[in-house]
Design a protein around this ligand. Structure first.
Ligand SMILES: [Zn+2]
Length: 202
């Protein structure tokens, strides 16, 4: 009679767990690995540990290894992955970056979009002030140092005479990987950061 009830329980975790006895180094196993979808689009960044579990489960393949880095289990030595790819395509319909204060600052690389400084407490500024109908949107919010925010006050840039370094935009997931992680060389082709393009995208 409880069958219906129990069927709602979370399925148990996969049986494969990295052996505690393995001599895998904690920091190595937590290194970031770029996970690609089956179609080679970046899907997420996970730990090397998670990537290895997926590989052992036959769910992912290695695309590139981290240069010269090895991990050791009790019996074997493995190359540490840097990029893995899932065998099955994962549908991610609404992968949008949430509009939050932290994400605005991340998009703008913690750089004041008026004076260019990276120093000091940063605030989020409404380019068109709220008082005159400015909205909470990616296009209307920028990282601003407290000094510039004070100076600008409740005016639009056209009235305050303050120019923006660049036009604010809705960031993509790829922007966030670029900002939040140390980018290994093997990641670059998948983040559109090939050596040629690297100098033009900042
Ligand atoms: Zn400033």
């Amino acid at each position: 009679m409880f069958a219906g009830h129990f069927s709602h329980r979370t399925p148990s975790k996969p049986a494969f767990i990295l052996s505690e006895r393995s001599s895998m180094n904690g920091s190595v196993i937590n290194r970031s690995v770029l996970m690609l979808n089956q179609n080679y689009e970046p899907l997420t960044v996970c730990s090397a540990k998670r990537a290895i579990v997926l590989m052992f489960q036959g769910k992912a393949e290695v695309i590139a290894n981290a240069d010269g880095m090895k991990i050791r289990s009790v019996r074997k030595e493995y190359s540490l992955p840097s990029v893995v790819r899932l065998w099955t395509y994962v549908k991610v319909p609404h992968k949008r970056i949430m509009l939050t204060r932290k994400n605005i600052l991340t998009r703008d690389n913690n750089q004041c979009q008026y004076c260019g400084t990276h120093k000091g407490p940063m605030t989020v500024d409404h380019i068109i002030p709220k008082t005159v109908g400015g909205k909470d949107t990616w296009e209307n919010l920028v990282c601003s140092c407290a000094r510039c925010n004070n100076k600008k006050g409740d005016r639009s840039p056209e009235y305050s005479g303050m120019k923006l370094l660049k036009r604010p935009y809705r960031p993509t997931f790829i922007t966030f990987i670029q900002r939040n992680y140390r980018i290994d060389d093997p990641w670059k082709p998948y983040l559109f950061l090939d050596s040629k393009q690297f100098t033009t995208i900042t």
